[in-house]
Design a binder for this molecule. Structure first.
Ligand code: NAP
Length: 284
């Protein structure tokens, strides 16, 4: 069996077209959704991510404000910038690109962002809102995974979902979103014994580890949906996920590729969150 591909680029195009149309409608009411992105230091991967986010704003007609600061920026100076952006009426979403330099407490900075502008969904108020089923911003990567499941009309009720990874930005919120849709959820991590025994029971597997070949064909139930969040480099230096794509696609029913899967969806959901912040729809 060869799995059907869930194409994150194609789905992103569709969703971004909808975002653009809603941005146009807001502009007619003199509101331009605005995203502020703060980059501290010269991390090359962060520079690429930030550039892609700014471009996505431009493509969808949103206002973006990119602040680049040297790695020597103090924590107090960064907190002052966040405070100013919290009070800036032209800005509906604030994103501080991680990782931050070691002398800055990232959690403190995230907590300084107004929950009403927390379009990354990392603030403790956003996490609490997700956990309790209240309105709030959902972290973009797992939110994108949920949109991918929705796009194939997948009914999660009663299904067994296995999430591999328990980070605050991917694994844990992913598990909560799946639970909210009435899946039975198992969360795996580095201390899990016999990962394969669990993944073999899964109707849906989300791999969010950051290690190549964490999921191989012998670990997947025929027909399962496999979402690959991982971003790694193979021996040739090419981008690859956590899933052994060539093997698993012969067993799974649906699978996301890397690149072109979850990655583009993450930025798309950032656009959705920023738009919905401007529309006043999602704030915690
Ligand atoms: P993270 O904070 O490093 O978390 C990794 C998780 O994997 C941890 O919970 C860890 O367990 C678990 N783990 C490690 N080895 C394991 C193993 N052998 N078996 C089972 N679980 C294991 O990473 P993250 O931020 O969640 O990101 C995960 C991956 O997704 C990375 O490759 C990252 O680059 C990628 N990512 C992609 C996007 C995108 O847009 N596509 C967005 C965000 C992240 P412990 O908790 O026990 O240590």
């Amino acid at each position: 069996m060869t799995a059907q591909l869930i194409d994150g680029n194609a789905l992103s195009r569709q969703l971004r077209a909808d975002v653009s149309a809603r941005v146009t409608a807001l502009k007619a009411r003199d509101i331009t959704p605005g995203l502020a992105v703060i980059l501290v230091g010269e991390n090359p991967a962060s520079q690429v991510y930030v550039r892609n986010k700014v471009k996505a704003c431009e493509d969808t007609g949103m206002h973006s404000l990119l602040e680049r600061w040297p790695a020597t920026l103090s924590e107090a100076e960064l907190l002052a910038r966040v405070d100013a952006l919290n009070r800036d009426a032209t800005i509906h979403g604030i994103l501080v690109q991680l990782p931050l330099p070691a002398h800055i407490d990232a959690q403190k900075v995230i907590e300084a962002i107004s929950p009403a502008k927390d379009v990354d969904g990392f603030h403790i108020a956003s996490a609490g809102a997700l956990m309790t089923g209240m309105p709030g911003f959902w972290p973009c990567t797992p939110y994108g995974c949920m949109k991918m499941l929705e796009s194939i009309g997948y009914e999660l009720k009663g299904k067994h979902a296995v999430v591999i990874g328990r980070s605050n930005i991917v694994g844990k919120p992913m598990a909560l979103m799946l639970l909210q849709q009435n899946a039975t959820v198992t969360i795996c991590h580095s201390g899990t014994q016999d990962l394969k025994a669990l993944t073999l029971q899964a109707d849906v597997i989300v791999a969010a580890v950051g290690k190549r070949n964490v999921l191989t064909a012998d670990m997947v139930k025929p027909g399962a949906v496999v979402l690959d969040v991982g971003m790694n480099r193979n021996d040739e230096g090419k981008l690859c996920g956590d899933v052994d794509f060539d093997g698993v696609k012969e067993v799974a029913g649906w699978i996301t590729p890397v690149p072109g899967g979850v990655g583009p969806m993450t930025i798309t959901m950032l656009m959705v969150n920023t738009l919905e912040s401007a529309e006043g729809l999602r704030a915690a």
